[in-house]
Structures are given as C-alpha cells and as structure tokens.
Design a protein around this ligand. Structure first.
Ligand SMILES: [Zn+2]
Length: 226
C-alpha cells in the first residue's frame, strides 16, 4: 500500500514534484508527458517529519458508494478524487464488457482514507492520508442477465469473483480470462492521463494482491515490472 518509487525498480516520474528532488533523482524522468494541470490537491505539502506524531491536513471527505459501478462498501475520498473514481468505474465497465460481455456488480476495495506515512518513505505523507487514493483487490460479477447470456464466456454465466491475488498470473481456463481482464484494465488506465497519476500493482513490493491508484502530484507507474 505504499506508493513511492524504489531506486531499483522501473519508475516513471513525470511533471513537477513538490519537494521531491531526492526521490526523483532515483527515478526516471519522462518529461514529454506532463501531469494534467490544476488538480486542486497538488499544492498540499506531502513532506513530513520521519518520526513522531504526524497529522494529516484537514481535507473534506465525501462518502461515496460508486456511480457506474458500486464499491462493495462505501469509500471516503475527497471530492476531486471522487471524480477520478467515476472515470475509473467507466473504464472498468468498458474493459469488462470487452472481456466478459458485462460489467461487474461491485468493486472490491481494501481502503481509501487512512492518515499515515508511506511505509518505505517515512518522510512522505501517504496519499491515503489525503483521501486521495484507493486500493483495489478485485471485482465481483453477478450472473449474466438473459440479454447478456449470449455474450457471456463459457463457464462465466453465473456470478464470479476476480482477484489480483488469485488471477493476475493465471494462465488456464477462466483464470486466464480474468488475468486478461486485469491486465487490460491496468494498461487502459496507464494509458489515460485523466484518471490516475500513480498506478502500482503486482510488480511493486507489497502489492501482490491489489492495485494502488492515487492522484499525487507526480507520476509513478509500476504494475507490470520490467
Ligand atoms: Zn494504497
């Protein structure tokens, strides 16, 4: 659930970094893809003392259940990140319809707001501390409706669950299709500049079983490794 670059990993950091010179020096800069400008939380200081009591800036949070697709339980995010989640849900639906002929009924998350440091980088506030990130473990699909049955893959007409932990590396049977769904989803999100800026997944330490997505004022992508 940490989301900072690791010197030995393939890391892409784009755009400006707020006081992140030391972090950025360990990363690869790709200046041709600037961050989308004007995200309202970009000005917030993320650098904090490495030890001692920490406080998170006061950020107004909204309780959000999901729009195009619901979350299995409500999430608590800032209103600007809620808009990014709305875009995320539309991407999930689009990719799921391509792969399964229908959208999932629920997005299974592992948390949003959590006031804490980034474990591996204790001088930085986690984006979870700004209600500006989400951890996603998988997707729950309901049974295909009568209309959806024709498009539903064999063996997937009843409800089913897709989880990063079980299916990211699956190669056989319906598992291979789940792996394709998760990987296509990740690729589609990485290609979009207007959804998330930080996208971490199984290739990043501590993320074997979930995607971490956030909207920090830098770009960092490590989902597939090198
Ligand atoms: Zn996280």
């Amino acid at each position: 659930m940490s989301q900072m670059p690791h010197a030995s990993l393939r890391v892409v950091v784009l755009g400006f970094c707020l006081g992140l010179a030391s972090m950025a020096s360990a990363a690869e800069h790709v200046p041709e893809w600037p961050l989308d400008p004007g995200y309202p939380l970009d000005h917030i200081e993320r650098v904090i003392p490495a030890t001692g009591r920490m406080r998170c800036p006061k950020i107004a949070k909204v309780r959000y259940r999901g729009d195009t697709i619901r979350y299995h339980s409500p999430v608590f995010v800032n209103a600007h990140f809620r808009e990014r989640l709305r875009r995320f849900e539309r991407v999930v639906k689009q990719v799921a319809v391509q792969v399964y002929g229908r959208a999932p009924r629920r997005i299974r998350h592992m948390g949003t707001y959590n006031c804490r440091r980034i474990t591996a980088w204790p001088t930085f506030l986690s984006e979870h501390g700004l209600a500006n990130g989400i951890d996603v473990a998988g997707f729950d699909f309901g049974p295909a409706s009568r209309k959806q049955r024709a498009a539903a893959p064999r063996g997937l007409r009843l409800g089913f669950k897709v989880r990063l932990a079980r299916h990211w590396t699956a190669t056989k049977g319906v598992g291979a299709r789940h792996s394709r769904f998760l990987r296509t989803l990740a690729r589609t999100l990485i290609a979009r500049q207007d959804v998330f800026r930080v996208l971490l997944g199984p290739s990043y330490p501590g993320h074997r079983n979930h995607f971490h997505f956030d909207c920090a004022p830098w770009r960092l992508v490590d989902v597939f490794g090198t």
